[in-house]
Design a protein around this ligand. Structure first.
Ligand code: ADP
Ligand code: ZN
Length: 314
């Protein structure tokens, strides 16, 4: 029967009832107050769950959570949410849902699982599912199996080095893909190179972002031919192409799916990505790689969390 899927993000909690075929039947989301303490956060999540589960009996609970998170135990770490420092999220949910499996995984891995199960990677045995948004993450499926890694962090392509002397990264390193291609970094590079936004600021209640010179606006400017915007997207695309070339040589992939806000930039990003990838992936096995936009959008995290307990991929 149906399972409860939960997506724990830095800015919002989402939950849904997901049928065994992956169809989302009832979903809700709630913003997380940034200053909330552990009890408030748990209370916020509990009331969302009560609302979503009303009148339903669930046969399992799957949770996607932003890293770093201790895995497979599922203690949420301070970087994700200050109030949940070492909060035993998985264990708390296991108490709330006795007798059914309660599993947690990295949110990027959940997205990859979802694309493999129901999205652009359906029918593909070996793939990397990427997310390019505020950060850059990914998850690996090899031989139709999710690759966990020793601590549940395999596929973390955001910290593959693309520029040895490049910009500092949030991880403490330098020149990581994430430091170059995450949305805020792309927009910051453009501003540093004289970009003056042309497209009017986008006001959208469902979508809140700080600052007005965003990657979203930059992408719109690139589409109308702004030279600096095009150069900024090309730089991000180039970095993605380098990292993907490395990944496919390491893992012999069939497919890479790319989702997340920045991936919506379209041709100004994917064009240069393809050029760089083809320059660097020249062996018979790496030339066959396809790179495609993700198919599931916003729901991917929930669908992948559900898949953690709906078997299929595991
Ligand atoms: P989150 O990081 O919270 O998961 P998103 O996947 O929407 O959220 O990623 C946010 C980043 O994606 C921001 O840097 C934003 O400017 C950028 N972004 C959102 N929409 C677009 C778009 N259409 N084109 C390019 N960048 C976008
Ligand atoms: Zn890094």
């Amino acid at each position: 029967s149906a399972v409860l899927a939960i997506d724990i993000g830095g800015t919002k909690f989402a939950a849904a009832i997901v049928a065994p075929d992956g169809e989302i039947h009832r979903a809700g989301r709630i913003a997380t107050p940034p200053t909330a303490d552990a009890d408030e956060l748990w209370h916020t999540l509990s009331s969302l769950i009560d609302h979503i589960c009303e009148g339903e009996s669930v046969s399992g609970v799957g949770i996607g959570c932003g890293g770093p998170m201790t895995w497979p135990g599922g203690e949420v770490s301070p970087l994700n949410m200050a109030g949940w420092r070492r909060f035993p999220l998985r264990a708390q949910l296991a108490v709330r849902f006795p007798g059914v499996p309660v599993r947690i995984h990295n949110d990027a891995i959940c997205v990859a699982v979802a694309e493999h199960w129901r999205g652009a990677g359906k029918g593909t045995r070996n793939m990397l599912g990427m997310v390019v948004s505020t950060g850059v993450g990914g998850g690996l499926i090899l031989g139709d199996r999710v690759i966990d890694g020793g601590t549940g962090n395999a596929g973390h392509i955001g910290h593959v080095i693309v520029e040895p002397e490049g910009p500092a990264c949030g991880c403490g390193g330098r020149g990581c893909l994430e430091a170059v291609a995450r949305g805020p970094a792309v927009a910051a590079w453009a501003l540093d190179h004289g970009w003056r936004p042309v497209t009017p600021e986008i006001h959208d209640d469902a979508y809140r972002e700080y600052g007005s010179a965003t990657a979203r606006r930059l992408a719109a400017d690139a589409l109308i031919g702004d030279e600096i915007a095009l150069a900024a997207m090309a730089r991000a695309g180039h970095a993605l192409g380098l990292a993907i070339a490395s990944a496919t040589h390491l893992c012999d992939l069939d497919l890479v799916t790319i989702g997340g806000g920045v991936s919506q930039a379209g041709a100004p990003l994917f064009g240069p990505l393809e050029v760089t990838l083809r320059e660097h992936a020249r062996m018979d096995f790496s030339r066959r790689l396809h790179v495609v936009p993700a198919a599931l959008g916003q729901d991917a995290g929930l669908v992948g969390a559900a898949a953690l307990v709906l078997a299929g991929d595991r």
